[in-house]
Write a protein that binds this ligand. Structure first.
Ligand code: AMP
Length: 238
């Protein structure tokens, strides 16, 4: 078995899987980074690190970071790099990141990418990062964002147009009332797309140029997209 492989128990049989290492999920708001990250967590057993989720948790807990982030997020703008980088640094110190992690929504600016690249370059034994960009067209994104509903208990994501719960407004898993994110409105979506085009699109080009990069079509069933990401990561880890 190569150093990048590990035996993993899957049901009754052991299968050989690539150690994923650090994976970046890139793409505009609503492409499905969070949904895909959750699929990959199930497949690989490594954690999802969503900077949006971490920031929302800080807002909910009323931390100093949360108080600063709340208004910025409400406008659809980006939280300052130094604050987000520090938050990610703390999370990456957790031992569950040893075999890899899925960064969802980070890096979103070139300075964040430079910070992450520097950190990985100085880490002993860290595998190089693989970046996967998920592509979905603008009108489809708008539908996904404005139709998105979340379960605050189990974090499951629904869409009133494409993936509705069985009972309108309530989670299929635990019956909790679903919520809509405050920034999932059409007006704030437009601002988030502007921020994406100006600040995050160059990050995609940065990782494309580095080579360990794949693009996947995000306008397909969830399992098909996840299979595409896994195939790309296995190819790029060889
Ligand atoms: P998301 O859940 O990834 O769509 O993020 C929601 C909001 O959190 C964004 O619109 C930003 O205001 C903020 N945010 C999330 N990740 C970052 C990041 N890497 N850098 C700056 N702001 C972020």
């Amino acid at each position: 078995m190569s150093s990048s492989s590990v035996a993993v128990e899957s049901g009754r049989e052991a299968v050989s899987k690539t150690v994923p290492g650090p994976i970046l999920l890139l793409g505009a708001p609503g492409v499905g980074k969070g949904t895909q990250a959750k699929e990959l967590v199930k497949l690989w057993g490594i954690p999802q690190i969503s900077t949006g989720d971490l920031l929302r948790a800080n807002v909910a807990q009323g931390t100093q970071l949360g108080r600063v982030a709340k208004e910025i997020m409400g406008r659809g703008e980006l939280v300052p790099d130094s604050l987000v980088n520090e938050m990610v640094a703390v999370r990456l110190q957790q031992p569950d990141t040893a075999n890899g992690y899925i960064l969802d929504g980070f890096p979103r600016t070139l300075p964040q990418a430079g910070w992450l690249d520097g950190r990985l370059a100085s880490a002993t034994q860290a595998l190089p990062v693989i970046a996967v960009s998920i592509q979905v067209d603008y009108n489809q994104l708008l539908r996904r964002i404005t139709g998105r509903r979340n379960c605050p208990a189990c974090q499951r994501i629904y869409n009133v147009y494409g993936n509705p719960p069985q009972k309108d407004g309530f989670c299929d898993v635990d019956g909790t009332a679903l919520v809509q994110r405050a920034d999932d409105t059409e007006q704030i979506f437009a601002e988030r797309m502007r921020a994406y085009g100006a600040l995050t699109a160059p990050v995609v080009e940065h990782y494309r140029a580095l080579g360990r990069f794949a693009e996947v079509d995000g306008d397909r069933p969830i399992a098909a997209i996840a299979a595409g990401i896994v195939a790309a990561v296995e190819r790029l880890r060889k």
